[in-house]
Structures are given as C-alpha cells and as structure tokens.
Ligand binder design. Structure first.
Ligand SMILES: Nc1ncnc2c1ncn2[C@@H]1O[C@H](COP(=O)(O)OP(=O)(O)OP(=O)(O)O)[C@@H](O)[C@H]1O
Ligand SMILES: [Mg+2]
Length: 306
C-alpha cells in the first residue's frame, strides 16, 4: 500500500516567502503539485527555483507562509516527511574519496534503506556504473557523477523527487538516460517529480505541468497543454515555402518589415519567421505560409520579454 493513501496533493505552498537579508528570493508563492505529476519549474538565473527546491527538501525553511507535503505541515513533521523526499542538485553531496559502491552504501546506511545491497547492485547496473567499481568518485566524469547522484537520491525510493538542473553540462547520451529513467520512475512508481532546467525542450519532454518564476514570483502556472492553448494565438510563427531559389527575394522582403522578430533560413525553399503581426502575409512574393505551434521556449521568451 502506498503511504498517505487517498491524499492527492504532494506539495503545496501557501503564501511562501523566503528572504536572505534584503533579498527576496521567493515572494508570496502559492503552488499545488499533485501526486504523480511531473512539474517543471523554469525561470531566469536567480529567480528562486533552487530556493523552492531547498525548502521542499527541508534544507531551508521559509521566512513566512506554509509548505505542506501530503497535506501535512512540512516543518512540523520534518522527521517523518523527509523520508519521502529526495533532492538532486549538484553532486557535491558525494564523497569524492569513495567508490560509487561505497558512496551508495554510505547513503543507504544513513537513510536506513531496506534491502540495500540488492538495490545498490541493481542501481549500479542500471546506471551503467558497475564497470567503475574500482574508481574513486573524484575520478568519474561529470555525467557519471550525476548518474551516481541520482542513483543515491533514488535509493530510498522517494515519493517526491526534486531534480535541480539534473542534466546541466551532461552529455547527450547521459542526459537521455537520465530523462528516460525519470519518466520510468514516474510511470512505474507514480513518483512525483519536480524538475528545474534551463533546457526548455527538456521540460517540454518531461513535464505535465509548468511553473514560470520571475524575481521570486510565479507568473504562470498551468498544464503544458493549457499553456500552449493560451499562447498559441499570441505568438506568430510561420513556415514559409516558396519556389526553390526565391530565398533572397523573400529574405529581402522580410527584412524590410518592422514587425518581424526573427528569420531562420531553413533551405532555398523554406524560411521560418516570427512576427508581432497576427495578420502577417507576404503579397509581392509567391509563398505559402503555415502557422507553427510555438515551443515552450518561444512562449517563455514571449512572457519574459512582455
Ligand atoms: N544562501 C543564500 N544567501 C543569500 N542569498 C541567496 C542564497 N541562496 C540564494 N540566494 C539569492 O536568492 C535568489 C534566488 O536564488 P536561487 O538560487 O533560488 O535562484 P535560481 O532560480 O535557482 O537561479 P539559477 O537558475 O541561477 O540556478 C538570488 O538572488 C540568490 O542570489
Ligand atoms: Mg538554481
């Protein structure tokens, strides 16, 4: 049986503020994240993402407001609730002079993990780290350190997994592996996942719901589908196709239009253009145009710039 059976809400923030001296890192934030959700937290540097993650993991406490986990006051029930929450940020929590196995063994002991030996063998194998069983952690590549860090966080089978920029500076293969693993945890175990990333396509691939935070305030919070729906009509991106070789003519025309924000030459017969003009059309050149759905990155830029 799952813990807290019948409770639908994983994390909730009510008017949460966190100040560091005069800096307001998180400003009066309300947030609800349901169980089994993958919630993407995005925003510029210094917006407050890591501070939110740290408050959920109990590394920090809010200056004011209330945080609940599974419907219970997080800080009053810290000892109990902490067991269900794991944070992955940078890998500085690993012991550099231990092997991957020894690191996991140590964390398993600290977190009082059941069937630790079995789990460790399984994780080292699944994360393709068993071949490094004689290497010290300090001699692993960044990608493998991060995999080990994620394995560490998963050892206690958390109900809530906090991933703060998990694939930052990680190569393509390792990032793909991490994303696949995260999705699998969510699908097979119903793990609630909160992920922050500056790679918006990554959030697009993973998240069901997204929060955009700017200067400590959540400015948008919705399902990814609703966000697309809401901004589709506000962002005008078109694919223009025309006779092969007509690209100089089309480019010249586009450059003369004041509403055009960006132009991407795809080939000699195709251009993608973003414009502020919702009634955009080119009359002098023969082109056919199709409106494209904006990506999360297009929407994010639109919100940040407007
Ligand atoms: N321990 C601290 N002491 C003082 N100020 C802090 C501390 N931690 C964070 N801050 C400040 O709080 C604000 C939010 O920082 P936070 O690390 O949460 O941002 P972030 O959204 O995670 O940014 P990034 O994308 O760069 O990781 C920033 O102005 C930061 O300088
Ligand atoms: Mg951060």
């Amino acid at each position: 049986m799952r813990t807290f059976e019948g409770v639908n809400e994983a994390v909730s923030f009510e008017k949460v503020t966190k100040k560091f001296g005069n800096t307001i890192a998180v400003n009066n934030v309300d947030l609800k994240i349901n169980r089994g959700e993958i919630f993407g937290l995005i925003g510029p540097n210094g917006a407050g993402k890591s501070t939110i993650m740290k408050m959920i993991s109990t590394l920090l406490t809010p200056t004011s407001g209330e945080v609940r986990v599974f419907g219970q006051d997080l800080y009053k029930n810290k000892q109990t609730l902490r067991r269900y929450i794991s944070l992955v940020s940078d890998y500085s929590v690993l012991e550099e002079d231990l092997t991957p196995y020894e690191n996991l063994k140590l964390f398993a002991a600290v977190a009082d993990v059941e069937n630790a030996e079995e789990k460790i063998t399984e994780f080292l194998h699944n994360f393709d780290l068993d071949k490094y069983d004689r290497k010290l952690t300090k001699n692993l590549s960044s990608g493998n350190k991060q995999k080990l860090n994620i394995a560490r966080a998963l050892l206690k089978s958390p109900e809530i997994l906090l991933l703060d920029e998990p694939t930052n500076a990680i190569d393509v293969e390792s990032s793909r592996f991490i994303r696949k693993f995260v999705l699998n945890e969510n699908i097979t175990k119903g793990t609630t996942i909160i992920i922050s990333s500056h790679y918006l396509w990554e959030v697009e691939q993973l998240a069901t719901n997204v929060g955009i935070i700017v200067d400590g305030r959540i400015v948008i919070k919705d399902s990814i589908d609703k966000i697309y729906e809401k901004f589709d009509s506000k962002i005008n991106i078109y694919e223009l196709t025309f006779r092969k070789g007509d690209h100089p003519k089309v480019l010249e025309r586009l450059k003369s239009l004041p509403d055009v924000i960006s132009i991407k030459l795809v080939s000699e017969e195709k251009i993608i253009v973003e414009t502020k003009n919702p009634y955009f059309s080119l009359d002098e050149v023969e082109v056919s145009q199709t409106k494209l759905r904006p990506t999360l990155e297009d929407i994010y830029s639109y919100i940040i710039e407007n």
